[in-house]
Design a protein around this ligand. Structure first.
Ligand code: URA
Length: 200
């Protein structure tokens, strides 16, 4: 199976995930699950929280206000959105954009684990607290609060080789707090250092 086949298999499974507490909300609103988008050969995988309204309407991750912040930050370090892969820990929209519940994270996380194994990113950039806590734990790293961990480069072992984990604040934070953008820009520099393949 190709990477595309394996990712499509995940999508099909999520489409019929009736046991999800978010299934009924998705179908009754004619929303889509948001599986992920980007290069299947990406060195960098971004992992957000859960889709918002716009994302659930279009099946595209980070296509609303937070997505515009993400695009700006990527541009600030010369990384193209087309060269990275963007997904979320929870693949369906929680009502009223509430935080994903621990049960929802538990239910959807195995799909994220499979995406990591399929795409084998060299850098995992977590966006916000929920994906940071999940990913650091999954790779056996004790989680510091995000106020301390943001911008730190953790090195971990994945079954396919070494992976760098870089926790970042969620882009939504920059929408409500202007000074957060400066912090995010500073932290994104780590992505340029660790996530751009060397050509020489
Ligand atoms: N916030 C997220 O965490 N993910 C999205 O896809 C959009 C907004």
């Amino acid at each position: 199976m190709t990477k595309t086949d394996e990712l499509q298999k995940i999508e099909k499974e999520i489409l019929k995930l009736k046991k999800s507490p978010l299934y009924e909300y998705r179908t009754s609103n004619k929303y889509f699950p948001v599986i992920g988008e980007g290069s299947h050969d990406a060195h960098i995988m971004f992992i957000g929280e859960a889709p918002g309204k716009k994302e659930a309407e279009t099946a595209k991750p980070f296509c609303g206000a937070s997505g515009r912040v993400l695009d700006k930050l990527l541009a600030s370090v010369g990384i193209s959105r087309a060269d990275v892969y963007v997904t979320n820990i929870v693949k369906d929209r929680p009502p009223e954009n509430r935080d994903p519940s621990p049960d929802e994270i538990l239910l959807y996380a195995p799909f994220l684990d499979r995406q990591i194994d399929i795409l084998q990113p060299k850098v995992i950039a977590t966006l916000g607290r929920f994906s940071m806590v999940y990913i650091l734990k999954r790779f056996g790293i004790a989680a510091d609060p995000i106020s301390k961990a943001h911008g730190t480069v953790y090195t971990a072992k994945a079954p396919y080789g070494e992976v760098k984990i870089i926790p970042l604040y969620h882009q939504a934070a920059a929408l409500y707090n202007g000074s957060m953008m400066t912090t995010l820009e500073e932290d994104f520099k780590q992505l340029a250092i660790h996530g751009i393949p060397k050509t020489t």
